[in-house]
Design a binder for this molecule. Structure first.
Ligand SMILES: C[S@@+](CC[C@H](N)C(=O)[O-])C[C@H]1O[C@@H](n2cnc3c(N)ncnc32)[C@H](O)[C@@H]1O
Length: 204
């Protein structure tokens, strides 16, 4: 197992999106946040299961899990360009991941044992993708024993109600500051900090 710092340093090498798509809320989780989540999962033995990254983008979380010794890692992403960058990132860092091009809302996976899901889903902020976070949680509930996910600040009551409806329990929650780079013309400042929350959930 790598230290959190060692993992973050390796993850600095993960390249981000070339042309991020606004409607898919494409931005990269910072290496520090990714390393914190994966390190936590490792300490709790949650990497001993197959790991699935939903909405894997350029691979930050999937690659982090593989670097930290996950039993096996599979990643689902609907954007071909993002997957192409992710494949190159994984090759560069010397890890093996099963990449699946598909839509999480209609999960193209069949798992034979409950998995650990690690994801930074779209918050569902874009008009065309309202409720995207709910669709990602629904997919997670269908395959996961445990999940780690990043959500908009203030999501706690929504998450707890959703998890309760699926006989699960939120076991841990902590706050993180996402760093959203300037990717679109209407963003006036180069980087924007956005408060977010990470949840560890055990699913029923
Ligand atoms: C906030 S980004 C996170 C990317 C990456 N997991 C990370 O942590 O750096 C959300 C990702 O979800 C993908 N995505 C959005 N909707 C999706 C869907 N319905 N099915 C699959 N992927 C989707 C986007 O293309 C984007 O790569």
């Amino acid at each position: 197992m790598l230290s959190r710092r060692e993992l973050a340093v390796k993850l600095e090498q993960v390249a981000g999106f070339d042309e991020p798509r606004l409607e898919l809320e494409q931005y990269t989780t910072t290496p520090e946040i990714a390393a914190s989540i994966i390190h936590e999962a490792s300490l709790r033995d949650d990497l001993g299961r197959q790991v699935v990254d939903l909405g894997s983008g350029t691979g930050m979380l999937a690659i982090g899990a593989a670097l930290d010794g996950a039993r096996g890692v599979c990643a689902v992403e609907m954007d071909h360009q993002a997957i192409a960058i992710a494949v190159a990132n994984a090759r560069h860092l010397g890890v093996r991941i099963d990449w699946v091009i598909g839509d999480v809302r209609n999960l193209p996976l069949c798992v034979d044992q409950p998995v650990t899901v690690i994801m930074n889903p779209p918050f569902g902020a874009q008009l065309t993708h309202r409720g995207a976070d709910r669709a990602f949680l629904r997919a997670t509930a269908s395959i996961a024993a445990v999940s780690y996910s990043i959500h908009n600040a203030g999501s706690r009551s929504f998450i707890e109600a959703f998890v309760d409806d699926h006989d699960g329990v939120v076991t841990h929650a902590f706050e993180v500051d996402l760093e959203l780079p300037r990717q679109h013309d209407f963003h006036r400042v180069p980087k924007k900090q956005q408060q977010a929350e990470v949840y560890r959930i055990e699913w029923g």
